[in-house]
Design a protein around this ligand. Structure first.
Ligand code: RB5
Length: 146
C-alpha cells in the first residue's frame, strides 16, 4: 500500500483547474492536502509567491512533498530550488517522476498545465508519490550538492 502523505499544492493562474483535479485525486488516494492557492478564476498571480509559500511547508516539515503547477512547470521548479532542502523537478513523464524520487530524493514535483493533459499529470503525480528514494550511492551524490 502506498504511504499517505501531507502534500502542499500550489498553482499560478495557469494551473488552478489542474490543481483542483490533483487535489481531488490526492485526497481520493488518502493523502492530506494543504492548498496554498491560487483559486480557480484568479486572473493573475505571480508563480514565485505561490512556489515560496508551498515549499516553505515542505522545508518546515509540515508537508512531506509539494506539487506545484504553472504553465510549463519551469518557473515553479526554478523558484522552489532556491529554498534550502528543496529538490524540485519539472517532470513530463512517469519515468522521470519515478527517477526524480528514486535517484534524486525529489521532494517537490512541478507540472506544466499547458504541457500536460490532466490524465498524464495525475499519473505523473501518482508515480512520484509511490516511489521511494533508493539511498546508497544516490545519497552520497546528494551530499555533494552543497
Ligand atoms: C504564466 O503566463 C507563465 O509564465 C507561468 O505559468 C509559468 O509557465 C512560468 O514558468
Amino acid at each position: 500500500m502506498t504511504r499517505k502523505f501531507t502534500i502542499a499544492v500550489g498553482s499560478d493562474h495557469a494551473g488552478p483547474l489542474l490543481k483542483a483535479e490533483l487535489m481531488v485525486f490526492l485526497e481520493s488516494e488518502g493523502h492530506a492536502v494543504l492548498d496554498l492557492g491560487c483559486p480557480v478564476g484568479t486572473e493573475r498571480v505571480d508563480y514565485p509567491l505561490i512556489a515560496k509559500a508551498a515549499v516553505e511547508k515542505v522545508a518546515s516539515g509540515e508537508a512531506s512533498f509539494g506539487i506545484l503547477v504553472c504553465g510549463t512547470g519551469i518557473g515553479m521548479a526554478m523558484v522552489a530550488n532556491k529554498t534550502p532542502g528543496i529538490r524540485a523537478a519539472n517532470c513530463h513523464t512517469e519515468f522521470s517522476a519515478r527517477m526524480a524520487r528514486a535517484h534524486n530524493d525529489c521532494n517537490v514535483l512541478a507540472l506544466g498545465a499547458r504541457v500536460l493533459g490532466p490524465s498524464l499529470a495525475l499519473a505523473i503525480a501518482k508515480a512520484f508519490l509511490e516511489t521511494g528514494f533508493e539511498g546508497g550511492r544516490h545519497a552520497e551524490r546528494l551530499a555533494l550538492f552543497s
